[in-house]
Write a protein of this length. Structure first.
Ligand code: 13P
Ligand code: SF4
Length: 380
């Protein structure tokens, strides 16, 4: 167990972690009936000085104020394309705001309305653990053959590690292109920190077999792998996962197929391999939105991704049956940390000239992380 995992959300602080930082300001009460109006007024006062980015998993009460919504790839592109806005308010999670800070100019300030909006998956790979893993690969005599690829859902430190070792960042929208690029540079890939996205992309999209993949456990000596296993593998997957998408099971798929005849099962690639295999379609959040938009009226869909997005899709497409893949309700608790009181507090503070909850990445880390992010943005 890491030190950070002992922190309770919203109490105390661990600057190296994706979680556990208390709000430094006076939050308006959630019951304040004027919150929507207050957000509108503060946003109007900031005008072109403000750009609000909203990830698809954000609450409706927040997403209504986003200038642009998107998956993590689209939001990274949008942040990089707005050099004129001095304030970027990121309604998403910590690693996304870090990436926005890296991709924007030094004068721009990136604000995360609640600093406790981290990501449990990103927390599953710390810098020291990844350094140690690289030493294991060196000891096995294979480090020169390995290209590191990290999912966007990782800390800036990890992205910098990958940049320093000639690798790339990827998102669920471009994981296949990132792997194609990586295998053109080396014979092996170290994929961080989501084993499921790595495995699903390698096996279902690149034609690798499950036997080509090994899982490196950061809490086990040598990752729990022998030198021979490391040498034989072409895909070294980090033992990390998303606690939200990891909940969907084969039972959920079988159950929904029994409950809704003719249903199409559409899942995010962060889901487990057997779930993705049993599904009809797999894709990033942008892909999921497009697939539902283009689906014929009257069709039925069970969607395996975060609940805020699934609920929004159901409301937006009343002519289609849209169900959540699992019977048990499950939001991403850290995405949900960004609520209207935190948004109002950060917008009003900015309008009053005070920058709160600014996310900054130090220059050295930002330089190497940017190399890995630029490599992603340049993928063919
Ligand atoms: P995408 O935005 O890349 O689809 O990723 C989903 C996710 O879990 C973000 O935290
Ligand atoms: Fe992290 Fe999963 Fe939440 Fe995305 S949905 S922020 S990967 S815990």
């Amino acid at each position: 167990m890491t030190t950070s995992s002992l922190l309770i959300l919203g109490r105390g602080s661990d600057p190296a972690s994706e979680r556990g930082v208390s709000c430094p300001g006076e939050l308006p009460p959630a019951s304040d009936p004027t919150l929507v109006e207050r957000a509108r007024v503060a946003k109007a006062a900031l005008g072109d000085r403000l750009f609000v980015l909203g990830h698809h998993y954000q609450r409706d009460e927040v997403i209504q104020f986003a200038d642009v919504t998107g998956d993590s790839f689209k939001l990274a592109q949008e942040a990089a394309a707005r050099p004129d806005a001095p304030y970027i308010v990121f309604c998403g999670v910590h690693f996304m705001a870090e990436s926005a800070d890296i991709l924007t100019t030094p004068d721009q300030r990136v604000v995360l309305p609640d600093l406790a909006a981290g990501c449990s998956m990103a927390d599953m790979a710390t810098y020291d653990q990844v350094e140690e893993c690289w030493e294991v690969l060196e000891d096995a005599g294979i480090a020169d053959d390995v290209v590191p690829v990290t999912y966007m859902n990782s800390s800036a430190d990890i992205k910098a590690f990958v940049g320093r070792h000639g690798g790339t960042v990827c998102t669920s929208s471009n994981a296949r292109r990132a792997l194609e690029w990586a295998y053109s540079k080396g014979s092996k890939v170290l994929f961080l920190p989501d084993q499921h996205l790595g495995r699903n992309t390698a096996v279902l999209e690149m034609g690798l077999s499950l036997d080509d993949c090994v899982v490196y456990g950061p809490n086990r000596p040598g990752g729990g792998l022998s030198t021979a296993e490391l040498r034989d593998a072409s895909m070294i997957l980090w033992r990390g996962h998303c606690s939200v998408h990891g909940r969907f099971s084969l039972d959920s798929v079988e159950d929904v197929r029994a409950r809704i005849p003719g249903v199409n099962v559409l899942v995010h690639p962060e889901c487990r391999h057997e779930v993705v295999r049993a599904a009809d379609e797999v894709g990033s959040t942008e892909y999921i939105i497009r697939a539902i938009e283009q689906a014929p009226s009257g069709s039925a869909w069970a969607v395996g991704t975060e609940l805020n997005l699934v609920k929004r899709l159901a409301a937006r497409h009343p002519d289609k049956t849209i169900a959540f893949l699992d019977k048990t309700v499950c939001f991403c608790s850290t995405m949900n940390r960004i609520d209207l009181p935190h948004l109002v507090w950060s917008l009003e503070s900015l309008a009053g000239g005070e920058v709160v909850n600014q996310i900054t990445v130090d220059e050295e880390t930002a330089r190497y992380a940017r190399a890995a992010l630029d490599q992603m943005l340049a993928l063919p």
